[in-house]
Design a protein around this ligand. Structure first.
Ligand SMILES: Nc1ncnc2c1ncn2[C@@H]1O[C@H](COP(=O)(O)OP(=O)(O)OP(=O)(O)O)[C@@H](O)[C@H]1O
Length: 375
């Protein structure tokens, strides 16, 4: 028997629109006519700042909230008329939401008890689900006898036991401390791969999104700014909003002032930056993105062709093996760079020559639109 091919459009969110009235009588477009497709067995993250619409979208998929217009299709079938408990979808919340008076076994087996699955199969599936989340043999404990990380694993076991087609995760790791959070990020990704089902994960933590996701959807005021792999979102952001939201960035506004066969010179208020982007036109206004790791005090730390600019140093921050340099360019604009530890003293007010990796310079059109996109 041949394995089935995962559908690239397993979940389709089609022109989803949802408004809310504010207490002051205003209208908020929590979801502003968004469309996207999600492949089967994909780990997708909805990422964006507070209030951008992440939870609203998750609640609509789960059936806890309704659309004003648009549709949600799962495997070709619209699910928006189905009540939440009939959808093949489960949700894991930040707060775990375990029943405190019930044992771990009863919490995990709850959905099977409701579905009247026989005791032997039920106990076997509870044990399997707990093993999958790395907690075998703790069926008799109460939630209060577990750590936060263990409680979140129990919540996960409960959510996967009835084999949903889709798992929704609403900031499930945000109550955990940093180390546990990093460990659980990897565990969640492994669990998703093992189960082979689609996970839709909500977070406002960009590092978490970059670590775990196959695809990231960046939401900005109810609209999608970009859909892409972590690599695409980090290295080739389509909008200034995405560039600023993901990772450390230096963003400069400029205009193309000259072109040659090697590239273009862009004037950023008196500071000239060289780019290899031959698609830029003379006179075009652009935003330039330079990540701190693509800048250095010593040219041989960088790969490929380099150019240079001058920065006046305001502050040096030691971050492990590197220094973060904060200062301003000759045009007075703030600028940051990351550089390896150096024997040269770094003194406040000093003028530094910074080398940048020309190929890593990313240009964004000055005028951008949000997308109604498809993966
Ligand atoms: N029931 C509601 N009534 C009125 N406004 C709402 C309601 N639910 C959400 N909103 C508004 O819709 C917008 C999107 O909210 P949503 O909770 O989806 O954002 P979010 O990205 O999940 O934010 P957070 O990260 O803070 O949870 C916000 O402006 C919010 O205030």
């Amino acid at each position: 028997m041949s394995a089935s091919i995962p559908s690239p459009e397993y979940i389709k969110i089609h022109h989803a629109h949802r408004q809310f009235m504010t207490p002051e009588g205003g209208i908020i477009n929590a979801l502003d006519n968004i469309s996207l497709s999600i492949a089967q067995s994909e780990f997708i993250t909805l990422l964006g700042p507070s209030g951008c619409g992440k939870t609203t979208l998750l609640k609509i998929i789960a059936g806890f909230e309704e659309l004003d217009s648009g549709d949600i299709l799962l495997d070709g079938q619209s699910i928006i008329q189905q009540p939440a408990h009939k959808r093949p979808v489960n949700t894991v919340f930040q707060s775990y939401a375990l029943f405190p008076h019930m044992t771990v076994g009863d919490n995990v087996g709850y959905g099977l008890d409701i579905a009247k699955v026989n005791k032997v199969e039920r106990n076997q599936r509870v044990a399997e689900a707990l093993t999958m989340v790395g907690l075998s043999g703790i069926e008799q404990r109460l939630p209060s006898q577990l750590s936060g990380g263990q409680q979140q694993r129990v919540a996960l076991a409960r959510a996967i036991i009835n084999r949903p087609k889709l798992l929704l995760l609403d900031e499930p790791l945000s109550a955990l401390d940093k180390n546990l959070r990093l460990q659980m990020q990897l565990e969640l990704k492994n669990l998703q791969t093992e189960l082979g089902i689609c996970f839709i994960f909500v977070t406002h933590d960009q590092e978490e999104a970059l670590t775990m996701s196959d695809q990231i959807v960046v939401l900005n005021s109810g609209k999608i700014d970009q859909i892409g792999t972590p690599d695409e979102i980090y290295h080739t952001p389509k909008t200034e909003f995405v560039a600023r939201f993901i990772g450390e960035s230096n963003i400069l506004s400029g205009m193309v002032i000259s072109k040659s066969e090697n590239g273009v010179n862009i004037d950023c208020n008196g500071c000239t930056i060289f780019s290899h982007d031959q698609t830029l036109k003379l006179g075009e206004e652009v935003k330039l993105l330079l990540r701190p790791e693509h800048l250095s005090l010593t040219p041989n730390e960088l790969e490929g062709p380099q150019a240079q600019l001058t920065m006046t140093l305001n502050q040096t921050v030691f971050v492990g093996s590197d220094y973060q340099l904060h200062g301003e360019l000759s045009n007075g604009l703030p600028f940051s760079a990351l550089t390896r530890k150096t024997n040269t003293p770094l003194i406040k007010g000093q003028q530094l020559t910074l080398y940048y990796q020309v190929d890593a310079l990313h240009t964004i059109p000055a005028k951008q639109k949000s997308i109604k996109g498809h993966i």
